[in-house]
Design a protein around this ligand. Structure first.
Ligand code: SAH
Length: 354
């Protein structure tokens, strides 16, 4: 798919034509990754963050959230719950918590592997290469790091560098290559509708998914958080010509196009999509190219504190309820909850060639 074709789809408004886009993404999803929907248990292990990303509610500069880090025991217990519920993977996500050492995380990874043998996915932000290596050696399998936007000027504007670190925060695109070389399955993605993002930018983002040959692609709408610098900026008023405007179709266009450019990738229907449309969002994502759901298994007492954007959807009161809701929705669509780790076909193919 060419850049021009991607861009044309992004601005397409004709419902009949869009129906064609949804159908081709859904049929390609069926042919490449099948009808199983993989469940990834998301555990938000800490909201402590040293960064000041302009869009994110748990940025260091926001004094409002009460800060927490789950204990090692709580993390391992939650992984055991994921195992009990039938998951093949657990995703440990956090703010960029500089106060936790690489070795502490490595020990937790080892315990989770020993006690559950689940595939372990990390989403802990930007760290030194040696930390990523330590975690991979401890048994971590996958790393999620969204590059957020491929427009370097916009990226720098919304993503101030880490001030006192002993490494310079590099471009996330370079870090993704590093992570792949270490041996991780790599996942990335963007937010759609960031103030200052143009249609060309978003089309380039999607073309870059293909260039990076991603194993996993997670995308969602930008949702303003009132306690952040971007919280009060309406995209329509960014003053940028060709500003991406978020409407009800946009998040699904990004999912469908991600499927078309990376046919075998694992693509979640994200919580941000479900937050934008709590009734239909998750199901529409699954019908328009996605094959993964990431139910939030974070213990209830921490959930509210991990507020990267307000009113996060698709959660029951407890992890068990959240899980049941996801399974019900998958079955409603006539699909089946996936069994096992759900490793990306691209990764498996490459692994067998070595
Ligand atoms: N500290 C980790 C995890 C961040 S949370 C990291 O930086 O990689 C995971 C994702 O949530 C981010 O990558 C971002 O794309 C998304 N996110 C953060 N704030 C958001 C907002 N206001 N609206 C929509 N998505 C947001």
């Amino acid at each position: 798919m060419t850049f021009d074709e991607i861009r044309a789809w992004l601005v397409e408004a004709n419902p009949e034509k869009l129906e064609r886009l949804w159908l081709s993404a859904d049929s390609l999803r069926h042919d490449t990754v099948g009808d199983e929907v993989y469940l990834r248990g998301l555990v938000e292990i800490s909201n402590i963050c040293r960064r000041n990303c302009l869009y994110c509610g748990i940025r260091a500069g926001n004094p409002k959230p009460q800060r927490y880090r789950m204990s090692a025991e709580e993390m391992v217990e939650t992984a055991r719950l994921a195992k009990k519920l039938g998951y093949g993977t657990v995703v440990l996500q956090s703010g960029e918590d500089g106060s936790v050492s690489a070795e502490e995380i490595a020990e937790i990874i080892r315990q989770i592997k020993r006690k559950t043998n689940l595939a372990v996915t990390l989403s802990l932000g930007e760290r030194a290469e040696e930390d990523y290596i330590t975690w991979f050696k401890a048994g971590a399998n996958r790393y999620l790091l969204r590059f957020e936007t491929s427009n370097e000027t916009l990226y720098r504007a919304i993503h101030p560098p880490h001030a006192q670190g002993r490494y310079r925060s590099g471009s996330r695109i370079e870090l993704l290559k590093t992570l792949r070389n270490i041996g991780y399955e790599i996942g990335s993605g963007v937010m759609a509708g960031i103030p200052g993002q143009t249609w060309d930018d978003l089309a380039r983002d999607i073309a870059l998914f293909a260039e990076l040959d991603l194993d996993m692609i997670g995308c969602g709408p930008f949702l303003p958080h009132p306690d952040t610098p971007l919280g009060g900026v309406r995209s329509q008023e960014s003053g940028v010509e060709e500003q991406v405007i978020l409407d009800k179709h946009l998040p699904f266009k990004v999912i469908a196009l991600a499927r078309l450019v990376c046919p075998a990738a694992n693509i979640p229907t994200t919580t941000a999509i479900a937050t934008l449309d709590p009734v239909h969002g998750r199901l529409l994502g699954l019908s328009r190219g996605a094959n993964v759901v990431m139910p939030n298994l974070t213990p209830a007492c921490y959930r509210k504190m991990y507020e990267i954007y307000p009113h996060k959807a698709a959660s029951g009161e407890t992890p068990e309820e959240t899980h049941e809701l996801a399974v019900r929705q998958i079955l409603e669509l006539g699909r089946t909850p996936g069994q096992g780790a759900g490793t990306s076909p691209r990764f498996l193919k490459n692994a067998t060639q070595i």
